[in-house]
Design a binder for this molecule. Structure first.
Ligand SMILES: *Cc1c(COP(=O)(O)O)cnc(C)c1O
Length: 454
C-alpha cells in the first residue's frame, strides 16, 4: 500500500472527526473528504496525493507575493527570536510596529498617517466602526449612529462584519444583529441593471445612498462602507460613475466614507489600493489579507488626519486587542511591503501582468457560449456565467452551474472560485505570463466542460 494514500485517508478521517471548516456543509464535506494541501511554492499548491494545482485565488485573495518567500520566513524567525511578543497597551511599543506604521504612511495617500492594528479583516471592520463612532462622539455628534452598507457586500464574519455585509444567508443565521445598520442596493449592472445603460445605472445606485441619507436624516448617519469592488460577492466592478458620485454625496452630507480594502489593497488592481484605481478618497480604510500576504494573520485600519487628530486629542479610546500590532505579524507585514515595493511587484501588475491577464481572459473567454461578461482590473477578475450575453439573461440554476465549473477546475488542477453565478480569479501578484496562460487555459477547459454538461 502506498504511504501517501494511507496518510491522506488518515488525515481525512481525523479532519472529518474533529475539524469544523468555515462556510462549509460539514456533512457533505466529510462524506467527500477534504483535499489535504501540504505545501506550496510560487503560485503552485501540492496536495497529499502529490498533485500540483495552480492557485488562481492566491489562497483566499491574500498571498500577494506568492508562496515560499524566504524574506518573510526570515523576518518572522528573526522577530520570534528577538521579541516574539509584547503588548502596546501600557506605554510601550516596539520596532516592528513603529516601522510598519511609518511604511504604511508612506504607501498610502498623504492624508493617512495613523493606524490601528488587529488580527483579521473582520476585526478591522469592527475597529473601523468603533473609531467612526468614537470620532462622531468626540465631535459632539452623538446622533450620527447609522452606517449604510450594501447588499451582497462582504465585510467579514464577526457579528458587526456579518451585519454590515449584505449576504442574506448569513443574516438568516443570526438571531440578532448590531443596531443602526441599513443596506442599499449593490452597483451590479449585469444582474440588476435592467434596461439602463451602465453609467446611468451606476449613478442611480449611488443616488440610493443620498435617498437613504435623507430618509434617515444626515444628522443621524455616521458612515457609508463599501468594498471598492465587491470581492466575495463575485468581483463586481461598479460602473465608473459610481464611486465619484458616492464620494460627492458623502462629502455633501458629512458622512464618513469607509473603503473596505481587505481584498483591493496591496496591489490587486495595479494600484496600491483599489480606491486609487476607482479615483475616490475614503476617510477610513480597512486592510488585512495582502498586508502580510497571508503568511501570518494581521489586519489594520488607516484613519485620515481629520479623524485621527480628533481621536488623538480625545483622551483614551477604549479599544484594542492583546495582539494589536503583534511584533511577528508586523515584521512579516513590513518584509512583505518591502517586497511589493522594492521588487516593483505592484508596478508590474499595473504595466505588465495585469494587462496581460485581462487580455488573455478576454481573448479566450470573451465569446464563450456561457460567459456573459468579464469584469476586473489588474490581477482580479469576475467571469459572469450567462445563458445569453446580449440580453444579460442569467441561468436559473446559475449557482449550481458555477459550483460545477469550480469542481471541474479543481479536478483539472486549477483553483478558481465560484461566487453565486460568477467565477472569480485573483492569482498571486508574482504570476508569470506562462502561469497566466496556464490559468486561462485551465479556466477555459473547465468552462467548456461545464457548457458540454448543460
Ligand atoms: C475577507 C474579507 C473580510 C474579512 O476578513 P477576515 O480576515 O476573514 O476576517 C472583510 N472584508 C473584505 C472585503 C474581505 O474580503
Amino acid at each position: 500500500m502506498n504511504d501517501r494514500i494511507d496518510s491522506t485517508a488518515h488525515y481525512r478521517a481525523l479532519d472529518a472527526a474533529h475539524h469544523l471548516h468555515p462556510f462549509s456543509d460539514m456533512d457533505t464535506l466529510n462524506r467527500a473528504g477534504s483535499r489535504v494541501i501540504v505545501k506550496a511554492e510560487g503560485v503552485y499548491l501540492w496536495d497529499s496525493e502529490g498533485s500540483r494545482i495552480i492557485d488562481g485565488m492566491a489562497g483566499l485573495w491574500c498571498v500577494n507575493v506568492g508562496y515560499g518567500r524566504r524574506e518573510l520566513v526570515d523576518a518572522a524567525s528573526r522577530q520570534m527570536q528577538e521579541l516574539p511578543y509584547y503588548n502596546t497597551f501600557f506605554k510601550t511599543t516596539h520596532p516592528p510596529v513603529i516601522e510598519l506604521s511609518a511604511m504604511l504612511a508612506n504607501i498610502l495617500p498623504a492624508r493617512f498617517n495613523r493606524f490601528l492594528y488587529c488580527n483579521s479583516g473582520s476585526e478591522a471592520i469592527d475597529t473601523a466602526l468603533r473609531a467612526v463612532h468614537r470620532y462622531w462622539a468626540l465631535q459632539g455628534q452623538t446622533k450620527k449612529r447609522y452606517v449604510i452598507a450594501r447588499t451582497n457586500a462582504y465585510h467579514g464574519s464577526t457579528i458587526a462584519g456579518a451585519t454590515l455585509g449584505g449576504m442574506s444567508y448569513m443574516h438568516e443565521q443570526m438571531p440578532s444583529k448590531i443596531a443602526h445598520v441599513v443596506h442599499i442596493d449593490q452597483p451590479y449592472w449585469f444582474g440588476e441593471g435592467g434596461a439602463m445603460n451602465k453609467e446611468a445605472f451606476g449613478l442611480a445606485r449611488a443616488r440610493q445612498l443620498e435617498a437613504k441619507i435623507l430618509e434617515l436624516g444626515a444628522d443621524n448617519v455616521a458612515a457609508f462602507i463599501g468594498e471598492p469592488f465587491q470581492g466575495a460577492g463575485g468581483v463586481i466592478f461598479p460602473p465608473s460613475a459610481y464611486w465619484p458620485e458616492v464620494e460627492r454625496i458623502c462629502r455633501k452630507h458629512d458622512v464618513l466614507l469607509i473603503a473596505d480594502e481587505v481584498i483591493g489593497g496591496f496591489g490587486r488592481t495595479g494600484e496600491w489600493f483599489a480606491h486609487e484605481h476607482f479615483g475616490f478618497e475614503p476617510a477610513v480604510i480597512t486592510m488585512a489579507k495582502g498586508l502580510t500576504s497571508g503568511y501570518v494573520p494581521m489586519g489594520a485600519v488607516a484613519l485620515s488626519d481629520r479623524i485621527a487628530e480628533t481621536i488623538v486629542q480625545g483622551g483614551e479610546f477604549a479599544h484594542g486587542f492583546t495582539y494589536s500590532g503583534h511584533p511577528v505579524a508586523a515584521a512579516v507585514a513590513l518584509a512583505n511591503l518591502k517586497l511589493l515595493r522594492d521588487e516593483g511587484i505592484v508596478a508590474r501588475v499595473k504595466k505588465d501582468a495585469g494587462p496581460y491577464f485581462q487580455r488573455r481572459l478576454h481573448d479566450a473567454l470573451g465569446d464563450h457560449p456561457i460567459v456573459g461578461e468579464i469584469a476586473g482590473a489588474g490581477l482580479v477578475a469576475g467571469i459572469q456565467l450567462a445563458e445569453d450575453r446580449a440580453t444579460r439573461k442569467r441561468f436559473i440554476n446559475g449557482d449550481d452551474i458555477a459550483d460545477m465549473c469550480r469542481d471541474c477546475c479543481f479536478a483539472g488542477g486549477l483553483v478558481m472560485r465560484a461566487s453565486h453565478d460568477r467565477m472569480v480569479l485573483s492569482p498571486p501578484l508574482v504570476v508569470t505570463h506562462q502561469e497566466i496562460d496556464e490559468i486561462v487555459d485551465k479556466a477555459k477547459a473547465a468552462l467548456d466542460a461545464t457548457a458540454r454538461a448543460l
